[in-house]
Design a protein around this ligand. Structure first.
Ligand SMILES: Cc1ncc(COP(=O)(O)O)c(C=O)c1O
Length: 475
């Protein structure tokens, strides 16, 4: 069977998509036939030197979100993150970043040979989900590292946890440090008072948003926003032209344009209906006794004091104390209800919603959760483990890449210097980073998550069984 046949067949199977892309396979974003797939022919402008229809369209996106300049990204947020970091930091610069950044940020560290200073956010006691990055942690890091040239923050996180970006940006700007916000999961924020503010409103210098994750737009479509101030806009545009394909797809760009148009013309109504659908879900799941949906049903934002704000579009379902793992719940919903979730971690799952969900699709999820919940029994709630201490760094990522190494069993790897990036996908946040000593605690986290059914990816080894470590680097 060809890939297209398999895709069509799956599309007709009745599966309920609680995952990306945000268009949920509806055609709210407009029809997109083959006949629209062109190249830079007369009258259609050129993304890499936009002066016509594409410039107008990007200007409209900037107006919609309130930025000084917007750029289309058709290689996803990944290319905007790479370009933004390369524009804001010179080779060898020190940068401050949340440890929970997506791997594209770590790739930029590698390419630019940057010196990272990691900021850690606390874990939510009730669920173990990473909480907001406290502004105080940023203030302390800025004071301890006056040499820092850039601050990189992820908000919202994959799970929908937002940080106090306004305070964080003000702190960084007060000492002349620009801020890049990875808002890949936040393109839908700022359009309704029921959702937290969008990242552009914080005044950050560069904001990257994946339209495709949470809005009706095709996969790979994203926006980069630039605000006048601390990052050279022309250099950002030049870096984008390095990381973005020289043959940008007009279908993808058309999808972005259509999405922006939709938000402009019908955003208010779409979000009003979305809020109603989420409110109906909220009422429907109040009867859950064991599963807990963050900030829904009986759970409240106040139960998570480490959350500055939470995106109600993310349904994070905690299985803590309910006697089943996140991957087990994901598998049950897939097998028994034909509902496909976005992600499963050790003891929670993530269902992603969007304006394209309906009362019916959310009702289907609510009924499935109630049915599963009815068959569960209360188990002792495990204590939230403290976050792993930051590992000792022996080499920069770029230096580690040049060292010889080999795959060794995880137990033997403890105490050795890691030679590869290891992450669970999704969310694509590295747990092991090249050049860092592998700690016993982190090896235990890998073993524990793996035993609960979380899958890991590495670049060279086969984690968690084997990990690539470096030879001859003085350990
Ligand atoms: C927090 C975060 N940043 C960036 C990215 C990369 O986005 P894209 O897939 O649009 O390149 C992802 C992808 O999952 C992500 O979760």
């Amino acid at each position: 069977m060809t890939l297209l046949e398999q895709l069509r067949r799956y599309g007709e199977s009745g599966a309920c998509p609680m995952h990306m892309p945000g268009h949920k396979r509806t055609d709210l974003g407009g029809p997109l036939p083959w006949g629209l797939d062109i190249t830079e022919i007369d009258g259609f402008d050129n993304l890499h030197d936009a002066q016509g229809i594409l410039k107008d369209s990007m200007d409209r996106a900037a107006r919609l979100y309130g930025s000084d300049r917007a750029f289309y990204l058709i290689n996803g947020s990944t290319c905007g993150i790479l370009a933004g970091i390369c524009a804001a930091a010179r080779p060898g610069d020190t940068v401050l970043l949340s440890r929970g950044c997506h791997k594209s940020v770590y790739h930029a560290l590698e390419l630019r040979e940057l010196v990272p200073v990691y900021l850690t956010a606390p874990l939510d006691r009730a669920t173990g989900v990473t909480a907001s990055l406290p502004p105080q942690a940023v203030a302390d890091a800025l004071a301890a590292h006056p040499e820092a040239k850039l601050l990189i923050v992820t908000s919202p996180t994959y799970e929908g946890v937002c940080s106090d970006l306004k305070s964080i940006v003000d702190l960084a700007h007060s000492v002349g440090v620009p801020v890049l916000v990875d808002a890949a999961h936040g393109a839908h924020l700022g359009f309704s008072p029921a959702f937290p503010d969008g990242a552009v409103q914080s005044g950050a210098d560069i904001v990257i948003q994946s339209l495709h994750k949470t809005l009706p737009s095709l996969t790979q479509t994203s926006l980069a926003h630039w605000n006048r101030g601390l990052v050279d806009g022309d250099e950002f545009a030049r870096q984008l032209s390095i990381f973005e394909t020289s043959s940008p797809s007009y279908l993808l760009m058309g999808s972005i344009d259509q999405c922006v148009d939709l938000l402009e013309q019908q955003g208010r109504d779409l979000f009003a209906a979305y809020e109603n659908n989420l409110a109906a879900f909220d009422r429907a799941i109040t009867g859950l006794r064991h599963l807990r949906v963050l900030c829904y049903g009986r759970d409240r934002l106040a139960d998570h004091p480490g959350f500055f704000a939470f995106d109600p579009g993310k349904l994070v379902i905690s299985t803590r104390g309910a006697g089943l793992t996140g991957p087990a719940l994901m598998e049950r919903l897939r097998r028994e209800d034909h509902i496909e979730l976005e992600m499963a971690m050790g003891d929670y799952v993530l269902a992603m919603t969007s304006v394209c969900d309906t009362e019916e699709s959310l009702g289907r999820l609510a009924s499935a959760l109630l049915r599963v919940d009815a068959g569960l029994r209360q188990e002792p709630v495990p204590a939230t483990p403290a976050p792993c201490p930051l590992p000792e760094r022996r080499l920069l990522i770029s230096q580690a890449r040049r060292m010889p190494g080999g795959a060794v069993p995880l137990a033997e790897a403890v105490g050795q210097v890691c030679g590869e990036m290891v992450w669970a996908y999704p969310p694509g946040v590295p747990l092991l980073v090249p050049g860092e000593v592998i700690s016993a605690e982190m090896a235990e986290v890998l073993r524990d998550l793996s035993a609960r059914g979380v899958c890991f990816h590495g670049e060279r080894g086969c984690p968690p069984e084997t990990v690539w470590t470096l030879k001859n680097c003085g350990v």
